[in-house]
Design a binder for this molecule. Structure first.
Ligand SMILES: Nc1nc2c(c(=O)[nH]1)N[C@@H](CN(C=O)c1ccc(C(=O)N[C@@H](CCC(=O)O)C(=O)O)cc1)CN2
Ligand SMILES: NCC(=O)N[C@@H]1O[C@H](COP(=O)([O-])[O-])[C@@H](O)[C@H]1O
Length: 206
């Protein structure tokens, strides 16, 4: 059996997607799931995502933009802190910072993001709010590889969620997250176990 892949997960908030990955690894075992989480990184302190990692006994690291003179220096520091754990895949699970050249030079093609909208609609930091404001009747979530645009990289999988008349941003986001957590766990496991190739905009999981 192939060696389990090493995952670094990046978070900025409550970390429920991280928890879903932690639970999947715990339930299936590292071999069964095909991957293990080796560290969790964040762009801020005091978040539940980091507390979840600590409760799971995982090493954590924090790289705050304001601790660096330039965004490029922050990006290089984040890349270095992530690389120290020698990940095969990096997962952005609610990580709310755009990464730059250095990070993508090291992790391009193996950096996965989950976004709470059906890309290419509603990219950016407010995907749920923007879909509601537009009057979309269906929205959802997209798991994709990250490139140097904002939410423009090759799509791996998507999940659909209906918008209800009574939805506000919070209610809709919660229903999206229920679908998103299952999708992310499924996609990361399949990438890790089966391997994959990226052919232009298409992702083929082998
Ligand atoms: N180069 C890329 N980096 C990241 C991508 C990406 O597609 N390309 N996806 C994000 C996650 N993301 C949505 O899925 C996202 C996160 C944050 C933002 C944003 O505008 N961030 C601001 C700060 C906002 C804040 O701190 O609250 C910023 O970076 O200055 C847009 C999209 C992961 N990274
Ligand atoms: N554009 C990035 C973005 O909006 N990411 C979103 O943040 C949430 C994090 O939830 P979690 O911290 O509970 O996993 C998720 O819905 C994720 O798609």
């Amino acid at each position: 059996m192939a060696k389990a892949k090493r995952l670094v997960v990046l978070v900025s908030g409550s970390g429920t997607n991280l928890q879903a990955l932690l639970d999947a690894v715990a339930d299936a075992g590292t071999e069964g799931y095909g991957a293990e989480i080796v560290a969790v990184g964040a762009d801020r302190e005091g978040i539940e995502g980091l507390a979840r990692a600590e409760r799971a006994g995982l090493p954590t690291f924090v790289c705050k933009v304001k601790d660096y003179d330039t965004r490029e220096e922050w990006d290089a520091a984040l890349a270095g802190a992530t690389a120290a754990y020698e990940p095969d895949l990096v997962v952005s699970a609610g990580f709310m910072k755009i990464v730059g050249k250095e990070f993508l030079a090291r992790f391009g093609g193996r950096f996965v993001n989950t976004h709470p909208a059906l890309l290419p609609s509603f990219p950016g930091a407010h995907g749920v709010r923007d879909a509601l404001a537009y009057g979309a009747r269906v929205t959802g979530c997209t798991v994709h590889f990250v490139d140097d645009g904002v939410d423009t990289g090759p799509i791996i999988a998507q999940g659909v969620v209906e918008v209800r008349d009574e939805d506000d941003e919070s209610a809709l986001h919660e229903r999206i997250k229920e679908v998103e957590r299952r999708l992310l766990v499924d996609v990361v496991g399949r990438l890790a176990r089966n391997g994959y190739r990226i052919e232009g905009r298409k992702v083929v999981i082998q």
